[in-house]
Design a protein around this ligand. Structure first.
Ligand SMILES: [Mg+2]
Length: 349
């Protein structure tokens, strides 16, 4: 039997997309729910008799996964951008659990049921189930349980498809309500991340490709950007203090940053504190997190010239180290998404 992770990092490579999971215990459901927001990518289709070609993944689709605690099934509802379900893919499962990194997984028991809004009901991979039984991988009880669960799925979800769609949409809405306010935050350094610093220049030159890469990350993860660089001394918040302390040279750099971001349509949400009582960048981020306790998912993009984050192991887990001689690269985006999809231990039941 295969282990499948709801972040869908194997086979589907969805780990680069925003991922949320939660355990629900309400009038709709007692069980696990996860969401994969497919923020880009080509549309792929599956083909069924009544529905014809149905999109299964593609830009702006949402994969909703539901694993009820008291059933042996994993319901995948694939939502189109108009929030109608395109197709359901339901796995009969042996069990569900939580992986080492906090991601929910299930053990797939071969048999699958596909439903479409047009009325297709397909039982899939019965041959794989039979082969697993014949080879001795599954006991008689496991085999019979799988067949029984398959029949129940068809009966409970396949007979009134409108009711099934409403059930899934209600859970989607509930899940989104639960995660609203759970925005991703990017703590952004500038020198060595968006430029290759040169002490010979008064105004640093931002690298267009690095800015473009940042834009891609922000769009993909719907992130909010908080500047941690000393460049923030030039922001309106600290400008006066900067002049008093002889940092006025940073102001044109800040203004240039703001203009570049405006053009790229990247919003700066905030800056970390500037407080003489805080020793380093780790401390500044820590303070910011204390003042914004709703931030659970964040990443730090830094070339670590001024701070290596060694002083705080928890914060350091969120660091994506940027090579100061290259600036922000595509591979850094993949690391950043991986960190954003990490589940915090307190989110586990
Ligand atoms: Mg730097």
């Amino acid at each position: 039997m295969n282990k499948m992770r709801l972040v869908r990092d194997r086979k589907w490579f969805f780990q680069y997309y925003p991922y949320h999971q939660m355990h629900m215990d309400n009038e709709l459901l007692k069980g696990w729910v996860s969401l994969n927001y497919l923020t880009d990518g080509e549309t792929r289709f599956w083909e069924y008799e009544k529905s014809g070609a149905v999109p299964v993944c593609g830009k702006d689709m949402i994969w909703l996964t539901i694993i009820p605690d008291d059933k042996s099934r994993c319901i995948g509802a694939y939502f189109l951008p108009n929030r109608r379900v395109s197709v359901w893919y339901i796995d009969v499962i042996e069990e569900a659990g939580i992986d080492d990194d906090g991601v929910v997984y299930y053990i797939d028991k071969y048999l699958d049921i596909v439903l479409t809004p047009q009325g297709d009901v397909c039982i899939k991979d019965r041959d794989e189930l039979d082969a697993a039984y014949a080879s001795g991988e599954l006991s008689t009880a496991q085999y019979e349980d799988a067949l029984r669960e398959g029949e129940l799925i068809v009966k409970e979800l396949g007979t009134d498809i409108e009711k099934t769609e409403k059930y899934c949409r209600d859970i989607l809405e509930k899940a989104e309500e639960m995660i609203s306010g759970d925005r991703f935050t990017i703590f952004l350094d500038i020198d060595g991340v968006l430029d290759i610093f040169s002490s010979k220049r008064a105004i640093q030159e931002l690298l267009p490709q690095a800015v473009q890469n940042l834009k891609e990350l922000v769009d993909r993860t719907k992130a909010e950007v908080v500047i941690i660089s000393d460049w923030r001394y030039g922001s309106l918040k600290f400008r006066e203090k900067a002049c008093e302390r002889g940092y006025e040279k940073i102001i044109p750099n800040w203004d240039n940053l703001v203009a570049t971001f405006e053009k790229a349509e990247i919003q700066i949400k905030d800056v970390t504190p500037w407080d003489d009582g805080i020793a380093n960048r780790t401390g500044e981020i820590k303070r910011y997190l204390e003042e914004h306790p709703w931030i659970k998912r964040y990443v730090i993009l830094d070339d670590c010239f001024s701070d290596t984050y060694e002083s705080d192991k928890e914060i350091r887990k969120h660091l994506v180290f940027i090579d100061a001689l290259k600036g922000l690269q595509k591979e850094n985006l993949i690391s950043a998404c991986g960190i954003m999809n990490m589940q915090k231990s307190e989110e586990r039941p």
